[in-house]
Write a protein that binds this ligand. Structure first.
Ligand SMILES: [Zn+2]
Length: 114
């Protein structure tokens, strides 16, 4: 740990800070400060990256649930896609979104085959 109080006290006494005898100690403290700042910056960047991470899936749903056979689907990533034949994306063996490439997940799909 860096003793910030000790550094402040020494900074108040310019003669001591710039004394030749203290130069190596000062450099060592600078190195410690540099490492501490790098560590802090690294942690903050990691948190920012995590916070901005997009969902790992792309949800697909029927455009109009009152027309379950419309075959028109909307997605999280803004794609509108029409499936001409019966069945949803899963029935068409679609595991990934055509636009964004994430694993697709069907929501609000009624499980009626007949
Ligand atoms: Zn997508």
């Amino acid at each position: 740990m860096i003793d910030m109080e000790a550094i402040k006290k020494r900074d108040e006494n310019q003669d001591d800070v710039y004394a030749v005898a203290d130069r190596s100690a000062l450099l060592a403290e600078c190195e410690q400060l540099r490492e501490a700042l790098l560590e802090l910056a690294s942690q903050r960047i990691s948190r920012a990256v995590l916070a901005s991470t997009e969902p790992e899936i792309c949800r697909w749903w029927q455009e109009d649930e009152s027309l379950p056979d419309s075959g028109i689907w909307e997605t999280d990533c803004g794609l509108i896609w029409e499936l001409i034949e019966d069945g949803g994306p899963k029935e068409h063996d679609m595991a990934y979104c055509l636009k964004c490439g994430k694993p697709l997940e069907v929501v609000n799909e009624e499980d009626g085959d007949g």
